[in-house]
Design a protein around this ligand. Structure first.
Ligand code: LRH
Ligand code: MN
Length: 411
């Protein structure tokens, strides 16, 4: 692109941004306040989103995929560098197991990143066929609890204050095991883990209604997770993975309820059309994502919520997929920040059904991309991250550098 064309593009972007902020100000929107919230948005990316992943049918390797956690952090640093809002990376143990976790912490910090949530993997050892913390065999439960305690230690070593737990535990046939005995086994293992956590650490419990279990799942829904958290303690909160609900479930209602219970700990953002598809967030149902953020806007000023991505980029370019995911989250958040709360409350209280609905539609229909581009520029990131990434040659470079060696993946 010539310098002239650059200037033209820049000036037209400024004009479009100028027009948008005028329109918003005319609608009574405090644009400066919206931009402040957008500049302080924080999205955590998953280390496993940079590695190979797939389905039971096939895992398609991609050239340039990281071979170890250090290279995963280098790719994550690209996403933060280009979007400005992803300074932390969640790790999964043992997928990200290393000799020296202090070295991994230093490496992350040298890239301008920090290590976020620690995710213990209790779904790939042969011993866990009949469950991990819910397994009928106390020796297997002991082994599972030891792994949880080890991950609390790793959290201490890497400076993480989030232990993020998902259990594949469940049964495949009616009668296979007692729902309540399994629940009590889980509570026993989790309370020992909870007691071992340092004061600043939070335990997030992630529920999922099925898979890999096909008759019942021990932490199947928000209710089983919430009541378990209430038994464990104040620093146990519920994690909402957008792909973990049955078709037709109103996720934004669950989010509102967990906020009201002061037990919403965080999200695993992704999207699905059918089951736990782990597709790019906002790629299937962007309106649902907007409605979830509408429920979060007021609450997040008074409570800490961890916004994390949890996706599997089975066929698409992984770093670009992560960048697009973060841009979709910036836009969904920006649209939700434009909702005229006073008009919404007034319409709701006067029973004006469609006025209330149209207040949301007005915000949702606003093209906020110029605002998000301006905010990224303010953060020293890119107004057009995907073009900047494609023109950077980063992918071509790592494809060459990472030719030899075993690519990282779901183990
Ligand atoms: C389970 C899940 C969980 C992870 C895994 C990678 O479906 O959402 O959060 O540990 O995906
Ligand atoms: Mn998840």
């Amino acid at each position: 692109m010539t310098h002239k064309e650059d200037e033209l593009l820049e000036s037209s972007a400024e004009r479009v941004y100028g027009h948008l902020t005028e329109t918003l100000a005319a609608r009574g929107v405090d644009v400066e306040a919206v931009e402040n919230r957008l500049r302080s948005q924080r999205i955590e990316t998953p280390s496993w989103g940079y590695g190979n992943s797939g389905t039971r049918f096939k895992v398609f390797p991609q050239p340039g995929v990281p071979r170890d956690p250090f290279e995963k952090f280098e790719d994550a640093a690209q996403v933060h560098h280009l979007t400005g809002v992803c300074p932390s990376v969640a790790i999964h143990i043992p997928w990200d197991a290393v000799e020296d976790y202090g070295e991994l912490k230093d490496h992350a910090e040298s890239l301008g990143l920090r290590i976020g949530a620690v995710n213990p993997n209790l779904f790939q050892e042969v011993e866990y066929k009949l469950g991990s913390v819910c397994n009928p065999d106390p020796a297997v439960r002991r082994r599972a609890t030891e792994h949880l305690l080890r991950c609390v230690e790793i959290g201490r070593e890497v400076g993480s204050d989030v232990l993020s737990l998902w259990f594949a535990d469940g049964t495949n046939y009616a009668g296979q095991d007692s729902f309540i005995e399994r629940r009590h086994r889980m509570q026993e293992c989790l309370s020992e883990t909870y007691q071992a956590m340092p004061e600043n650490m939070r335990m997030l419990l992630e529920y999922k209604f099925f898979e890999p279990a096909f008759y019942h799942t021990d932490l199947a829904d928000w209710g089983t997770a919430l009541t378990m958290c209430q038994k464990l303690g104040d620093r146990a909160e519920v994690l909402v993975d957008l792909g973990h609900h049955a078709q037709g479930v109103n996720v934004e209602h669950i989010v509102a309820l967990l906020l009201d219970e002061d037990r919403l700990g965080g999200f695993h953002f992704n999207n699905r059309k059918y089951a736990d598809d782990d597709l790019i967030v906002g790629s299937v149902n962007p309106f649902e994502l907007f409605l979830i953020y509408v429920e979060l806007i007021e609450a997040e000023e008074s409570t800490r919520i961890d916004y994390m991505i949890d996706q599997a980029h089975n066929i698409e370019a992984k770093i670009e997929a992560m960048i697009l995911s973060v841009m979709n989250l910036q836009e969904a958040y920006a649209k939700a920040l434009l909702v005229d709360r006073a008009a919404l409350a007034e319409a709701r209280h006067s029973g004006d059904v469609l006025r209330a609905h149209r207040v949301l539609l007005e915000a949702y229909a606003t093209d906020v991309r110029p605002l998000c581009a301006k905010v990224r520029e303010d953060l020293g990131a890119s107004v057009d991250p995907i073009s900047t990434f494609r023109e950077s040659g980063y992918l071509e470079r790592v494809v060459v550098e990472r030719k030899v060696g075993v690519q990282a993946g779901w183990g």
